[in-house]
Design a protein around this ligand. Sequence first.
Ligand SMILES: C[S@@+](CC[C@H](N)C(=O)[O-])C[C@H]1O[C@@H](n2cnc3c(N)ncnc32)[C@H](O)[C@@H]1O
Length: 218
Amino acid sequence: MDRHARHRIASRYDGHLQRCYVRVKLASDPVYAASSAVLAGSTLPLLDIGCGIGLLGQYLYMQGHRAPYLGLDRDPRKIAAGQRAAQRAGLATVVDLRCADALDLPPTQGNVALLDVLHYLPATGQLALLQQAARHLAPQGRLIIRNVLREGNWRFHATRAEEFLLQASGWIPGGAQHYPSASELREALEAAGLLMRIETLRGRTPFNSYLIEARHAH
Ligand SMILES: C[S@@+](CC[C@H](N)C(=O)[O-])C[C@H]1O[C@@H](n2cnc3c(N)ncnc32)[C@H](O)[C@@H]1O
């Protein structure tokens, strides 16, 4: 996505700080482009769990995706900010954002995204959420997970420091609960009948982030 498109998306959000955050996030974090590549050509609805301010929905529409998008987040401030941005873009009926907990999902079937959300749930909640996400996958659906993984490297410690600051700033109330390891995720996804592919996905961030794509084993 070029600079012009990033600025158009940012201009839909409230105030200088939030617009600045959106511009920097879209320019530095490859997660939206990676999700768009996984979803390319799919007409299945997308359930974006822990959608924050709905950036993935805005990004996908700007990139030409027209499949229905439903974003859920437990933080009413982020949902309200995302809804205002969608209204300003004339996308209120396309980028559907609702306030809900990740463990209280509507009965959709399609693709599912969990971008930087899992570690805000305790270990047992993560297992329950992965099982629910698998149940919401259509037979040809894709589950896209981006998360920091627990590893003994400096990137993991940099991520923990950032999470501490995010919680202290009030941006993510409650903060991180449990950082999963790659083997924990693999075990949980395989138990839910899914096959997974994993790769690093950091872009220009210092964080220990990975992209996991899972699908039904059939
Ligand atoms: C780091 S943000 C990621 C936002 C979005 N996925 C993105 O990548 O642009 C994590 C989001 O997860 C949400 N979240 C954390 N725990 C949640 C839960 N149990 N149910 C729903 N949303 C949750 C937070 O409110 C926050 O908006």
